[in-house]
Ligand binder design. Structure first.
Ligand SMILES: Cc1cc2nc3c(=O)[nH]c(=O)nc-3n(C[C@H](O)[C@H](O)[C@H](O)COP(=O)(O)OP(=O)(O)OC[C@H]3O[C@@H](n4cnc5c(N)ncnc54)[C@H](O)[C@@H]3O)c2cc1C
Length: 388
């Protein structure tokens, strides 16, 4: 890996803690703005990250904005045909949809870190240490590193959020997801999304260049036996249930309204930025990392690091609004009494399916999708969703 692993202690303009998509994007953006950046991760890259590895058009466009190039330089499967099911019933296909690119996070994240290090971030990967939130500073094995500002992108279990707020997330609202990797490329296997495969959640079958990732995720408190749900789902897809199963928390729309404290800004999963319907988090991780870095740069230029958090929170407003809309819409898709109306509308309307895919691609947001849904719903269902 480029950049050389740093051992020395020192003072930086910015510490980025966590080098997943949010952290790498933060480091890359800050370097581009001329800051001296320490990029810290407890893991050495490449490292595994449990994930479907689905890159929507929104994620690709965020990648381009920060890292340049057309696509991340890793093996990717490109699919523009989607098959939808809900509660075991087929909802129809969508052809010529905005494409989804599918890859392995093991490769994707290593490529992003490599780009950030090649651009000039100082490499503190493979190291972790105690956080001093008042610094902010980190006591690493090689010594103490300090900066006027820190971006913590240390994932859903964020030790930083635990230090700042006492817990990384709210157990009553958090999501949980399980996944298996089915080895061997299978070009005929459709890209498939199953709403309701987990309660208040969905299942996915994502074909990749060297295998298929199958998983399901939903609100944890509503899924007493997610392993049994996964076994049923694998059976439905005709896949063996003997593959090793891995699980991880998923923020699922439970975001922090104020993402950080003092001079520490939280980005990506650490700030809870995952869509509660699609489970998509990579695009928001890339976006929030870059936005946090820009807020940090401006605050440093103004010699006012204490103002970075408020500025960052302001720029996250469109993401927060989208997540709030998605939480409303989720009531319609998953609430038992409203399901028939949702299934009927989604199955009979090509426009609605197309709008959903355009939303996933980042070509539109939840507002127009909700309007289209409202037009097709009985009044009682719409009132139940919107609370009017
Ligand atoms: C099963 C599953 C499937 C998913 N599928 C998709 C999908 O198909 N598409 C999509 O867009 N999103 C998906 N997501 C969501 C997506 O994985 C996350 O939103 C995304 O990884 C968030 O990126 P991040 O950079 O915030 O965090 P992460 O990618 O989790 O990176 C956090 C980093 O912090 C480091 N770290 C943690 N603690 C410390 C510490 N104490 N010190 C130093 N470093 C530390 C970790 O090593 C890690 O590298 C899925 C999630 C799950 C669980």
């Amino acid at each position: 890996m480029t950049g050389g692993r740093a051992q020395a202690s020192g003072r930086f303009d910015l510490i980025v803690l966590g080098a997943g998509p949010a952290g790498s994007a933060a480091a890359m953006s800050a370097i581009q703005a001329g800051l001296r950046v320490a990029l810290v991760d407890k893991a050495r890259f490449p490292r595994n990250k449990l994930c479907g590895g689905g890159l929507t058009g929104r994620a690709i466009s965020r990648y381009r904005q920060t890292f340049g190039g057309t696509l991340p330089p890793v093996p990717l499967e490109r699919r523009d045909m989607f098959t939808f099911h809900a509660y075991g019933q087929p909802l129809g296909d969508s052809r010529d949809a905005p494409p989804l690119h599918l890859g392995m996070r093991y490769e994707l994240d290593a490529a992003l870190v490599e780009q950030a290090l090649a651009a000039g971030a100082v490499d503190f990967t493979g190291q972790s240490g105690g956080l001093d939130p008042d610094g902010p500073a980190l006591d690493l094995p090689g010594g103490r590193i300090e900066a006027p500002l820190m971006i913590a992108a240390d994932g859903v279990n964020s030790p930083t959020a635990r230090t700042l707020f006492g817990a990384a997330f709210d157990r009553a609202r958090i999501g949980f997801a399980l996944e298996v990797e089915h080895p061997g490329a299978d070009p005929d296997r459709p890209l498939r999304i199953d709403f309701g495969a987990a309660d208040w959640g969905y299942g996915w079958q994502f074909p990749k260049p060297r295998g298929t990732t199958v998983g399901l995720g939903g609100v944890m408190s509503r899924n007493a036996d997610m392993k049994a749900a996964l076994a049923r789902y694998l059976d439905q897809l005709g896949l063996p249930d003997t593959l090793p199963v891995k699980g991880q928390f998923l923020p699922f729309g439970d975001f922090r309204a104020v993402p950080g404290k003092g001079r520490i800004l939280l980005a990506g999963d650490a700030a809870g930025l995952v869509d509660p319907i699609t489970g998509e988090g990579i695009a928001h991780a890339l976006d929030s990392g870059a936005l946090a870095a820009r807020a940090a740069c401006r605050a440093l230029e103004d010699a006012a690091p204490d103002k970075a958090l408020a500025a960052y929170t302001h720029t996250l407003r469109p993401i927060h609004r989208g997540l709030r809309h998605a939480r409303l819409l989720r009531n319609l898709m998953f609430r038992e009494t409203l399901r028939p109306a949702f299934i009927r509308s989604f199955r009979s309307s090509r426009t609605l399916r197309g709008e959903y895919l355009r939303m996933m691609a980042g070509e539109t947001d939840y507002g127009p999708l909700m309007q289209k849904m409202a037009a097709r719903l009985p009044g009682f269902a719409w009132r139940a969703v919107s609370g009017t």
